[in-house]
Design a protein around this ligand. Structure first.
Ligand SMILES: C[S@@+](CC[C@H](N)C(=O)[O-])C[C@H]1O[C@@H](n2cnc3c(N)ncnc32)[C@H](O)[C@@H]1O
Length: 242
């Protein structure tokens, strides 16, 4: 089983933008999500994007006048983010997301952890640790927004094989193998090389987080919490520091 960082570096990051449908399409989805969740977002807001990837949410926030610290362990995805950020007020930091406070000069107004990043943490205790760091790092009235997949109800039989993306030269299929607290995610990648197909497989763990557990853990850190449907079948949690 690969570590999350290795899985991205050797397997997923090089095809991530292809998987997401290209930079412009993905950032448009991020823009729409920011607009829906934060309609009154003020220019000058200080934001942190944990597991920012290529900037699906960082770029829209910065285009709306926020200054954003974008944290990720993938140098490949952060390089994409830097290329597209150009002169926008974005600081891209290669680090573990649990170390994010060391990159802040002051408390933030907004912290995001989007696109199923939360489930990449190694154990429930890491998620609890993150929530306490987020609570300490937000100004009063600040918001923490996370989206994640609810893997608590296991898919069975052929349902465990998920067709993620395909075109004439590449096919990405995901196979999910369930353990009590986590799911082993096998990313099965076929790539056309001339007239043959090359197969590469890498697997990593994701946590099986329930919306109820996430909500309770955030409330224990002093947040008022609202749970709603997010993009593409994800759960969205909007937590306000009170
Ligand atoms: C599923 S992607 C989501 C990316 C982005 N938030 C989005 O919505 O497009 C998960 C991201 O989290 C990063 N990641 C996973 N675990 C991490 C960790 N412990 N610290 C920092 N980044 C992490 C990965 O490198 C990847 O870019």
């Amino acid at each position: 089983m690969a570590t999350v960082a290795d899985h991205y570096e050797i397997h997923l990051a090089p095809v991530y933008l292809w998987m997401a449908g290209g930079f412009d399409a993905a950032v448009s989805r991020g823009e729409a999500e920011i607009e829906a969740v934060l309609p009154t977002l003020a220019s000058g807001t200080t934001a942190v994007d944990l597991g920012a990837g290529f900037g699906m949410h960082t770029i829209p926030l910065a285009r709306r006048g926020c200054s954003v610290v974008a944290v990720d362990t993938s140098s490949i995805l952060l390089d994409e983010l830097r290329v597209h950020a150009e002169a926008l007020p974005v600081r891209a930091v290669e680090d573990d997301l649990l170390s994010f406070p060391r990159h802040l000069d002051a408390k933030a107004n907004l912290i995001l952890c989007m696109g199923d990043t939360l489930t990449h943490l190694p154990e429930l205790a890491s998620v609890e640790k993150l929530f306490s760091l987020v609570a300490e790092s937000l100004r009063s009235g600040g918001k923490f927004i996370a989206t994640f997949r609810d893997y608590t109800s296991p898919l069975v039989g052929q349902g465990r094989f998920v067709s993620v993306k395909s075109d004439t030269d590449r096919i990405l299929t995901c196979f999910l193998e369930y353990a009590p607290d986590y799911v082993n995610v096998h990313d099965v990648l076929h790539e056309r090389i001339a007239s043959t197909w090359r197969l590469r497989v890498s697997a990593y763990r994701k946590l099986r987080l329930s919306p109820e557990w996430v909500s309770t853990a955030l409330q224990a850190n002093g947040f008022s919490v609202h749970v709603e449907p997010g993009l593409e079948g994800m759960v969205r949690v909007v937590a306000t520091s009170v």
